[in-house]
Write a new protein. Structure first.
Length: 439
């Protein structure tokens, strides 16, 4: 059933900083960077220890390139100072606390002052507006609420933009479908793999995802490919755009993608200074256009200033387009800590997704299993066939995928094509890699 929703054009002005020139932005960055580094040094013991040990002082930061003299921050620093040792303000000034799930160790805890929360909402609203979400629309928020920054971060952004927020949270896919059909939202916010899960569930119920009221999807929290974008846009007849954020730096809204250009997310450089470093030689800061690991420094955060934070996301910096003064991130190709080294070959899950979506009969639902039955590592790709894929076609498709992985990645693997709906579905971030070598 198609819902016709009357369009109401409400004022939707850009923030003045969105239209600043590159020179204006870099001038702001230098001033704010000098203030932030001094602020962090004075208020956070860990920064003072790290900088003293490295022989650098905030007064050494005289131009933007001097940032490279300062040590990196990473997740381990946040874990070492758990829970509140990285906070730069007294507890009564902390308006909210978020934390990572802590699945690989102690949780990383982050805090926000009210000014931090206001800035976060403002930047998130910029992202939604850039992607094509309009004030007055209804926005279905299927990011998880709670300690994870996705749900509340996206919620505040949508409210700041002037939309009507439907705070559905993640999970309960049947209820998601009911609310999308009954409430007729124009936009949806969630992870790309969860939108795919919703679309699959709609089709099983006999609902054509293209018949819904949805026009724009703003998707983040996990790397996804152009092939996945195409799959979702065709499935739902929507525009699908990326949004980027890290809880340790702020949360969703640090960078957002234009619905008109769809050429990578613009980083809001009046609030963050990005760098690209060589993931294998972190002392090397790379030029714009070169692939490496993304590093962020906050320029305005009060509760938890973060200096040269290693994201482990692999991408590159490109000139701005839709917002020319703000550089863009290329699409994230993977994470340096998600990289599988298989018999000397570097492999990322996103490479498998890109290849698999080119093979007829195969769906984007897959997982990678690494085992070591003898002395050598072995990779198995388990991937679901599409509903209309016959058994004979599934056998052919598995051979095609095996061959393409060998050609494009350079590694042999086993491909098991499994039945539709047989692999775990995503509600939040999808787990792609199962490393069974030590089990």
């Amino acid at each position: 059933m198609t819902h016709t929703v009357p369009e109401t054009e409400l004022p939707n002005p850009l923030d003045p900083e969105e239209t600043m020139s590159r020179d204006q932005i870099e001038s702001i960055q230098l001033t704010r960077l000098q203030e932030t580094v001094a602020y962090a040094y004075d208020r956070v013991p860990l920064y003072q220890e790290k900088y003293d040990a490295a022989g650098v002082h905030p007064t050494d930061l005289k131009e933007l390139s001097d940032l490279a003299k300062f040590p990196f921050t990473d997740k381990e620093d946040l874990r070492k100072t758990y829970p509140f040792g990285m906070f730069a303000v007294p507890q009564h000034e902390v308006a909210r606390i978020h934390a990572s799930s802590g699945t690989t160790g102690r949780a990383t805890v982050v805090g926000y002052t009210q000014t931090d929360l206001d800035d976060w909402a403002k930047l998130g609203a910029r992202c939604l507006r850039l992607s094509g979400v309009k004030p007055g629309w209804k926005v279905h928020n299927a990011y998880g609420y709670g300690l994870f920054t996705g749900g509340l971060g996206a919620h505040a952004a949508a409210e700041r933009l002037g939309t009507t927020v439907i705070p559905m949270s993640g999970g309960q896919t049947e209820k998601q479908i009911t609310l999308i059909n009954d409430f007729a939202p124009e936009a949806i916010l969630c992870t790309p793999t969860y939108l795919l899960t919703i679309g699959d569930a709609m089709q099983r119920k006999g609902i054509d995802p293209r018949s819904t009221s949805l026009k724009v999807a703003v998707l983040g929290a996990e790397p996804w490919t152009e092939e996945m974008r195409h799959e979702l846009e065709v499935m739902f007849d929507i525009d699908a755009c990326d949004i980027y954020g890290l809880s340790e730096v702020m949360g969703p809204g640090m960078a957002g993608e234009s619905g008109e250009t769809k050429d990578g997310s613009h980083i809001w450089e009046d609030h963050f200074r990005p760098e690209i470093i060589d993931a294998f030689d972190p002392s090397q800061v790379l030029r714009d256009g070169e692939h490496g690991e993304l590093v962020f420094t906050s320029l305005t955060k009060q509760a938890l200033p973060i200096i040269r934070y290693r994201t482990h996301d692999l991408t590159r910096l490109l000139p701005g387009t839709a917002r020319p003064g703000h550089r863009r991130m290329g699409r994230i190709t993977g994470r340096s800590d998600d990289m599988i080294i298989l018999r000397g070959v570097n492999l990322f899950p996103s490479q498998i997704e890109e290849i698999a979506l080119k093979v007829g009969g195969l769906s984007p639902h897959f997982q990678l299993e690494i085992t070591r039955p003898g002395r050598m590592d072995e990779l198995a790709v388990k991937i679901e066939r599409r509903v209309d894929c016959t058994s004979d076609r599934a056998i052919e498709a598995s051979r095609e995928l095996q061959k393409l992985i060998k050609i494009h990645v350079g590694s042999s693997c086993r491909v098991d094509v499994v039945d539709p709906e047989s692999l775990p579905r995503s509600v939040g971030k999808l787990r792609r890699i199962y490393d069974l070598r030590n089990k």
